[in-house]
Structure formats: structure tokens, C-alpha cells
Ligand binder design. Structure first.
Ligand code: SER
Length: 584
């Protein structure tokens, strides 16, 4: 079995049990400034977990593209990844513990054919917020897991929440026993010696934790599950690391072939960061010095640095990217669609970074000589910060180079300096997002309102289930991504244009009210990735044609927009179409 077969088995299995298969949301939740990337399958579904009705029903399944960067420094070991795919199934107030556990067990033992004795499970042991989850344990016993393989842990292990507040609840996790010898007589699933590997998490989301840490019951009892595809794929193939599976091996081998100095950790870092970067770029990400763009920049720099460290001829990068896209395009057709852009962005960034490395190296050598002449063994954080600020020399690179020169760096001190720096730029981006997109020009504001009209028109002309999946506005044009299973016909495009223009000509007033987030969702306001909006949100209405949660700003009346014209309609990624339009 390989990864795509596992994905298909998963989606088909849950389809058989009445789940609608929905497309992966983009990796970049545009217009949601609070999170950098989609980090879990539940993230785009939060409004529905909170009670909004989903057009596809109460049972959903999908694969979700995810990026988590908190462990970026661990990549290179045998298991950490920044990009991964999460398979998931959801009950939105439909089935609960019993059915969820029964389906999980059936999928693992019948579809994936994992021997039952290799499976251990964990359940929530109970505390003042929520009682011990005996119900789930009983479901496992009924399914066929004996008591000795059912473990109970506290909130640290068996409670799931995305971030600090939001929908949450006790979970039950499934572990695969690799058959390795236990590290001690007490070795258990919670131990990370490698004997037990977590393969699936079922969260019973029936609580909401507010900003003050208080728990309340949600309107409905939900199930939210997530299974990491790379990991289960690796285990089923009996491989030690995801890098030994078909998802990475061809690139790993190619890197080894090209390396004058073969370093396994560097190969893993290069291969992992290349894949993550390609996925981010395909979903519209571009390197920059802030927020998401900076994460992408860091990934690409680390990739370049490690290829350089292995003395790989970097003019081979285009071929390496082509190979990687060829491996992955069946799973992610968007990589093929954006092949040229992906190569251009990565190669440009590599070129820039190689220049930085070359420029900074002289200065770095000066620093080294000075430190050594002073008889010290640690590079001071001021110097590291200066190398960064003046030469764009990333601190993690300085750290690597320092180690190669038998010098140390105090990364805690460096972190402190950088935090102070980040705080400054965060204030900048908070400002950017306060009240949405304040500080925008007149044209951007107009395009912003046009976006809402287009979003509303799509529901009438194309499909009531069309929703925004992303947007990007410049003073020259708007770009709008939405879910849709077909290329728009000329007739559809014409209808969209004339409906939007009709609304513009009707001189509809645009206004907003401030509402509680849950009430806004319940009132049927359109929203994209809501979960981390503040509790109070603005709901913008345009006449009686559109109602959307949005930070603004908008024009006061649609008559200000002029004439709306669609310039282009194209595929953006699987199941997602993109419209480019102008106001004239
Ligand atoms: N949200 C849970 C997780 O990320 C289950 O999908 O593990």
C-alpha cells in the first residue's frame, strides 16, 4: 500500500458510512491573519463545529494539507515534518463516541489490516472540567481491545484544542506497536522511545474554552479525527522513517547521488523543506520578511544551506524540483498546475540566499576572528543580530557555522533579541489587521467590496455551495478563489458579471454591525476561516444581497465601484477555481 492508496481507502471507507468527501482547504487561510497556515483538518471547519450548518451535511471526510512549524528545528531526525497530510472524518452533532470508535477500529483492522494486538489506545482520565471517559473505554472493549491495552491519561495527553481557546474536548488516541523492545518495564504509549507510535486521534469536541480559560458545553457533540498520512504510510510499509517511503525516497536518492559530502540529516532537511515549500507556493505563498512569507523564506534558506553543505551543485535544483513534482503530482495536481511558478520562486530565493551567504561570510569570518582573538568560545548575540540585520544572515545559519568553527552561541539570548525585534514587526502587522485591512487605498477598498458581491453572485449563478477559499487584492485587480468542481462556462461568467454590475447599479448601501462571533455564524453570515476571529466580529451587509463576517474596510455604496469585469478564470488547485477581475 502507498500513501495515495491509503488516502483513497480512507475517503471511500467514510463515504460508505455516509460522509461527504469535501476538498482540502488551502494551506494558507487568506484573510485570517491569526494563523499562519492550516495546521489541522478541523481548522477550516470550526464554524460548523460551533453549530453552523454545513451544506454537505453532518458527516464529512477529507484530506487536509497542513503545515506546522513549531518543530522546524527537529526536522532532520527520523520523524519530524513541517508539511504533512491529515486524513479526517467529522460528525457535526451527528454520531458520537460509540460509532466513531467502531469505525476507527474497523478501518484500522479491516481496511488497513493492522493486527488488533498491535493497537493500544488511550482515553481521558478525568479532572474537574470533565469526567473520566469510561464511555469511550467501554466502546474500545466492545470493539475488541482488552483492558491491558487501554490507558488513561490527563489533559497533557488526552485533551485536544487548537491553540488557547476554541472548541475542544477529551480525545482517544490510537497507537501502533512497532514491535520494538520496551525501553523499560513501564514503557507505555505515552513514552516516546519509539516502541509506540500514535496513528490516529479522535477528539470528542463538546466543549468550548473561552479566553479566560472557562469551559462551557457546545451546542452539539462533535467528533473530529485526524490521522497523519506520512506516518501511517511509513508504518504500514515497515519503514523506519517517512523519508524511506515513496513520498521522499526518489528525492533522497537523487540528493545522495549529487552530494559530494553525503549527510543524512541534511538530505532529510532539504527534501522535507523542498516539499513543504512547493506546497506553500502552489497555494499562493511567496517568500517575504514577515509572517507566512518568512516561514517560507526560512524553509527555503535551510534547504539551500543544507544542499550547499553537502556540496550539491545548485544548478541541479531545477531538476530536483521537477523530480519532486513528478513524484507528488498525482496526490497534489496543483503542483503540476503551478510547476513553472514553483521553480521560479524557489530558484530565485536560492540565488538571493547564496548571495547573502557569500556576502555575510566575510563579515562572519571577521566576527569569528574577533571572538577567537578575545579568547572567547561564544559568539555574542549582538553580533548574531547584527549579521542578521545588516547582511540578512539568518541566526540559525550563524549557529550552524559557529558550531563548525568550534564556537557556541547562546540561542536563548538571541531569541530574546529577536523577540524584541519581532514584537516591533508584530505591532506592524497587528496594525495591518486591526479592523481588517485598515490603511488600504481607495482601489483596494473598492475591490474588497466587489469581492463580497462576487462571493454572493457565485452562490446564485454557479452553486449555492460555492464559498471563498482565498483572495488577494492589489490596486490593479482582485483575485478570488472558491470551491467549484468545474471550469466556469462563458455563460456563467457573463451571468456573474451582469449580476455584480446589476447590484452596483442598484446603488446598494454597505454597512456593518458588530456581533458576537457565534451569533454571527448562527445568523448565516458568510465567513471563511473563522475560528480565531475575536469574539466580537463585524458583519458587513450589502443591501439584501450579501452578509459576511469581515474586518472591512468597504465603500459606503456599491455605486462607487464602477464596472466589474472578469479577466480570467482558471484552476487554482484541486477543486478550487480562481477568478481574476477588474473594476473599470
Ligand atoms: N484536531 C485533532 C488533531 O489535530 C484531530 O484531528 O490531532
Amino acid at each position: 500500500m502507498n500513501a495515495i492508496e491509503i488516502r483513497n481507502k480512507y475517503l471511500n471507507f467514510f463515504k460508505k458510512y455516509g460522509h461527504a468527501v469535501i476538498p482540502s482547504a488551502p494551506l494558507i487561510p487568506e484573510n485570517d491573519p491569526s494563523v499562519l497556515f492550516t495546521t489541522a483538518g478541523m481548522q477550516p471547519l470550526v464554524p460548523y463545529l460551533l453549530g453552523q450548518e454545513h451544506t454537505e451535511g453532518r458527516r464529512l471526510t477529507d484530506y487536509q494539507k497542513c503545515v506546522r512549524t513549531n518543530d522546524i528545528d527537529e526536522v532532520g531526525d527520523n520523524r519530524h515534518l513541517t508539511y504533512f497530510e491529515m486524513l479526517g472524518n467529522w460528525s457535526l452533532g451527528d454520531y458520537f463516541k460509540e460509532e466513531a470508535v467502531a469505525m476507527s477500529y474497523e478501518f484500522l483492522t479491516k481496511e488497513l489490516e493492522i493486527p488488533a494486538e498491535k493497537i493500544s489506545v488511550t482515553c481521558f482520565k478525568g479532572d474537574e472540567d470533565c469526567p473520566k471517559d469510561e464511555v469511550t473505554a467501554e466502546c474500545w472493549r466492545k470493539a475488541g481491545i482488552p483492558d491491558e491495552r487501554i490507558y488513561f491519561y490527563g489533559k497533557d495527553d488526552n485533551w485536544w484544542i487548537a491553540g488557547e481557546s476554541g472548541p475542544c474536548g477529551p480525545d482517544t488516541e490510537m497507537f501502533y506497536d512497532t514491535g520494538k523492545a520496551p525501553c523499560s518495564p513501564d514503557c507505555q504509549p505515552s513514552c516516546d522511545c519509539g516502541k509506540y507510535v500514535e496513528i490516529w486521534n479522535n477528539v470528542f469536541m463538546e466543549f468550548y474554552k473561552d479566553e479566560n480559560g472557562k469551559y462551557s458545553k457546545l451546542k452539539q457533540q462533535n467528533v473530529d479525527t485526524g490521522m497523519g498520512l506520512e506516518r501511517i504510510n511509513m508504518l504500514l510499509q515497515g519503514k523506519e522513517t517517512p523519508f524511506d517511503t515513496e513520498l521522499f525516497k526518489p528525492v533522497m536518492d537523487k540528493l545522495s547521488e549529487l552530494a559530494k559530502k553525503d549527510i543524512i540529516e541534511s538530505r532529510r532537511i532539504a527534501a522535507e523543506h523542498l516539499r513543504a515549500s512547493m506546497m506553500i507556493i502552489a497555494d499562493g505563498g511567496r517568500p517575504s520578511n514577515v509572517d507566512r512569507g518568512y516561514v517560507l523564506r526560512r524553509l527555503l534558506r535551510r534547504m539551500t544551506r543544507h544542499m550547499n553543505k553537502m556540496e550539491i551543485d545548485l544548478s541541479e535544483l531545477a531538476n530536483i524540483i521537477d523530480l519532486d513534482i513528478d513524484i507528488l503530482k498525482e496526490m497534489y495536481p496543483e503542483l503540476e498546475i503551478h510547476r513553472a511558478e514553483i521553480k521560479e520562486v524557489i530558484i530565485n530565493e536560492k540565488d538571493k540566499f547564496m548571495k547573502t551567504l557569500q556576502n555575510g561570510e566575510r563579515e562572519f569570518n571577521k566576527v569569528i576572528n574577533r571572538i577567537k582573538a578575545q579568547g572567547k568560545d561564544t559568539i555574542d548575540s549582538e553580533s548574531i543580530f547584527k549579521l542578521y540585520e545588516t547582511y540578512g544572515f539568518p541566526p540559525e545559519v550563524t549557529k550552524d557555522l559557529a558550531l563548525e568553527n568550534d564556537l557556541k552561541v547562546d540561542m536563548n539570548e538571541v531569541d530574546k533579541l529577536f523577540k524584541a525585534h519581532q514584537e516591533k514587526s508584530k505591532q506592524g502587522s497587528d496594525k495591518k489587521f486591526s479592523g481588517g485591512l485598515s490603511g488600504q487605498g481607495e482601489m483596494e477598498t473598492k475591490y474588497h467590496t466587489a469581492t463580497h458581491l462576487l462571493n454572493a453572485a457565485l452562490k446564485i449563478v454557479v452553486d449555492k455551495d460555492c464559498h471563498q477559499r482565498g483572495s488577494n487584492i492589489t490596486p490593479e485587480r482582485m483575485r478570488f478563489d472558491f470551491n467549484c468542481d468545474h471550469k466556469l462556462t462563458d455563460e456563467e461568467k457573463e451571468k456573474l458579471e451582469s449580476l455584480v454590475n446589476e447590484w452596483i447599479e442598484k446603488e446598494l448601501p454597505v454597512s456593518y454591525t458588530v456581533m458576537n462571533k457565534n451569533d454571527a455564524v448562527a445568523s448565516g453570515a458568510e465567513c471563511m476561516f473563522i475560528e480565531k476571529y475575536p469574539d466580537e466580529v463585524k458583519v458587513y451587509t450589502i443591501g439584501d444581497v450579501s452578509k459576511e463576517i469581515c474586518g472591512g474596510p468597504h465603500v459606503e455604496n456599491t455605486k462607487e465601484l464602477g464596472h466589474f469585469r472578469i479577466v480570467k478564470e482558471e484552476a487554482s488547485s484541486a477543486g478550487i477555481r480562481r477568478i481574476k477581475a477588474v473594476l473599470e
